[in-house]
Write a protein that binds this ligand. Structure first.
Ligand code: KG4
Ligand code: ZN
Length: 338
């Protein structure tokens, strides 16, 4: 089978388009809306408007980067959800219109599921089963993945996502949005034993996460130790390292607990927070115990269209819809709501 895929992702503040030849990414253009920094978070209405302005240019760049003409496309894919509704509508309708105009099949792809498969981009086959931890700005979910269309949720965050814990913690420390990468950078030269931030272990739901308490504990710690208005004088590197350690130990601890209890030795960690260097190094320690740990390449950690196209490729090839000889229609694969 030879598929040329156009994929579009616009669920949040990145407009992205990618062209793939089967599982190979030929181009992956990402335009990040940096202006949200001014507001300390994403403004949904401004995000949708910016997607509208840039989408045509981004798609053209994806075609020229891939040295491919739009007439060669034989599968179109877009993020169906979850995400900001106004932002999703822009990319989804653009891709859907393209598929109707060109009379090509269309795959509506679940954003979380595409993060999960992003660890394997470029591979023709994915080996099952594996445990998947998807950690982004909006989600923290632990999956047991048994097949291309077969997975179950083991646990998820009961309040904030891990990325949110990083971003909100960073805001309290006077750092810009998004704070995750900045905490990661500052923590590299900090002492992680400087302060012990507690993370709830949720003994009654062992695979669920909770990150709202750590934010509060950072707030009280800052107030007690440094008082109001101390932003310029904080031992930032040490605080970042200690805070990061607490978030990471909860993510790694629960994922490895699930792997051990289910007897699964492959673990895939994806989503924006999977770019975190401490998270990566802590997980990699388990390779000494016979575990295989998969991360996406850093460029595929945060939101991108290549992961949407790759997931569409896997689904198209392995889909029961296709096996019955029918075209792929919207919603065919968007069965999973998280
Ligand atoms: O997957 P993503 O690009 O968008 C969502 O679907 O949410 O994830 C963005 C999140 C943000 O919270 C950002 O702070 C976090 O990923 N992030 C990181 C790092 N890089 C991005 N968090 C910690 N360390 C990083 N290096
Ligand atoms: Zn994402």
């Amino acid at each position: 089978m030879n598929l040329t895929i156009l994929a579009i992702e616009s669920s949040c503040d990145e407009t992205s388009a990618s062209v793939l030849k089967n599982s190979n990414v030929l181009s992956n253009v990402i335009s990040s809306q940096l202006f949200h920094k001014e507001y300390g978070g994403i403004v949904p209405e401004l995000a949708s408007r910016a997607h509208i302005k840039s989408i045509d240019t981004i798609v053209s760049k994806a075609f020229s980067g891939a040295k491919t003409d739009k007439s060669e496309v034989n599968l179109v894919a877009a993020t169906q959800g979850p995400g900001l509704i106004g932002s999703l509508l822009v990319g989804y309708n653009y891709a859907r219109s393209f598929s109707i105009a060109m009379r090509k099949p269309f795959a509506a792809i679940n954003h979380i599921e595409s993060h999960l498969f992003s660890c394997f981009i470029g591979n023709e086959e994915v080996e099952f089963p594996f445990i998947a931890l998807v950690v982004s700005g909006g989600h923290t979910i632990l999956f047991h993945v048994k097949g291309y269309d077969d997975h179950s949720v083991l646990g998820k965050t009961l309040d904030d996502a891990a990325g949110e814990a990083f971003d909100k913690g960073a805001k309290m420390l006077g750092l810009e949005y998004p704070g995750g990468p900045l905490i990661d950078e500052l923590a590299k030269t900090g002492n992680e034993n400087y302060h012990k931030f507690p993370v709830s272990s949720l003994k009654d739901s062992i695979y669920d996460f909770s990150f709202s308490g750590i934010k509060t504990s950072l707030l009280y710690f800052l107030r007690k130790e440094f008082g109001a208005g101390a932003a310029g004088t904080l031992p930032l590197n040490d605080i970042c390292a200690s805070y990061q350690r607490a978030v990471v130990s909860s993510l790694v601890g629960k994922t490895m607990l699930a792997a051990k209890e289910l007897g699964i030795t492959s673990i895939a960690v994806s989503g924006g927070v999977s770019a975190n260097s401490k998270l990566r190094s802590e997980f990699m320690k388990f390779t000494n115990e016979g575990y295989e740990i998969y991360f996406p390449q850093k460029i595929y950690s945060t939101d991108n269209a290549a992961m949407i196209g790759y997931t569409a490729y896997l689904k198209y090839r392995n889909s029961p819809v296709k096996r019955t000889g029918k075209d792929l229609f919207e919603n065919a694969f968007a069965r999973f709501e998280y």
